[in-house]
Design a protein around this ligand. Structure first.
Ligand code: G3P
Ligand code: CA
Length: 294
């Protein structure tokens, strides 16, 4: 964790310790083979500005090893981490570049994006946080010993982003056998992008964001290891249907679901057999699955 984040992160965590501490004598909730993996959505988006390094570090401080992010491309071809197509909601782009509506990521150079404050909109404690490049983000996750569920966000806007992302992941050491086996999953709402990504590097574990019909699932199983469905679409029957298939790596197809932020919801959906839960409050979900968050 970078030293300059410690103050902000510590501040963000004040008042959360009661949520993070396990209750004594709590009973673990019973699941199939393992409790679901807990993934911090956009880092730990309830407690720090989403998709920033501070958000990754906050998840780390909470003891959350998996984080999720969103990858897009600047005008001059650099990969950066941001959720919305526009910079307007989560940075001060409107103020700094008033004539550049709609402030789309793809219309700004990296040099311009580096000038933006991506923290103040969330809290003054995070003033000065930046929109990270994918390279910076990967380094932070690596330094923290965390794992990454990486989303290609709106890849249709950025032709060739699949190949570029693979190049970046390789350059930053994320395609060695250890990362491939345990620390990296690449997902998208865009099935064609995931198909292309899988063709370009079949070794990477992949996920499709959505809830295809049960009849269509075998098509996805040809190139996806996971079907990552909104929690509203998940039923025990659906999870069973997904689990009944094998993915491209000959393992049982998995379901990670999003976005679940409360203890009751987490316990309920875990009971349906999902393999992962993506949450803005990953500590709440983790503690609920340990039996002390409900
Ligand atoms: O990882 C699941 C989730 O991130 C998908 O929705 O809009 O938050 O990227 P969104
Ligand atoms: Ca996402």
């Amino acid at each position: 964790m970078r030293i300059r984040h410690v103050v902000a992160v510590t501040g963000a965590l004040m008042g959360l310790s009661a949520l993070a501490l396990p209750a004594s004598g709590a009973q673990a909730v019973a699941y199939g083979q393992h409790p679901p993996v807990v993934v911090g959505h956009r880092g730990a988006a309830a407690y720090a500005p989403e998709n920033t390094l501070a958000s990754v570090d906050t998840a780390d401080r909470l003891g959350i090893s998996w984080v999720e992010n969103d990858v897009q491309r600047t005008k001059d071809g650099e990969l950066v981490v941001l959720h919305d197509t526009s910079l307007a909601r989560t940075t001060n782009a409107k103020k700094l570049f008033p004539g550049r509506s709609p402030w789309n990521v793809g219309d700004f150079t990296l040099r311009e994006i580096e000038k933006l404050d991506a923290g103040s909109w969330f809290s003054s404690k995070f003033k000065g946080e930046r929109v990270p490049t994918l390279e910076e983000y990967l380094e932070e996750v690596e330094d923290n010993g965390q794992k990454l569920l990486m989303e290609l966000k709106n890849p249709e806007l950025y032709p060739g982003i699949e190949r570029q992302a693979i190049r970046e992941l390789r350059r930053d050491g994320w395609l060695d056998s250890g990362h491939l086996r345990r620390r990296l999953i690449v997902q998208s709402f865009n099935a064609d992008a995931i198909k292309r990504f899988h063709r370009l590097d079949p070794a990477v574990k992949t996920g499709f964001l959505g809830s295809p019909t049960v009849a269509d699932l075998p098509k996805y199983a040809a190139y996806c290891d996971q079907i990552n469905a909104p929690h509203t679409a998940v039923t025990r029957k659906y999870v069973k249907a997904v689990h009944g298939l094998r993915g491209p790596h000959h393992r049982r197809l998995e379901v990670y679901t999003w976005t679940v932020d409360d203890a009751k919801g987490a316990v309920g959906i875990a009971g349906m057999g999902v393999d992962g839960i993506i949450s803005n409050k990953p500590d709440v979900v983790r503690d609920a699955l340990d039996g002390d968050g409900s």
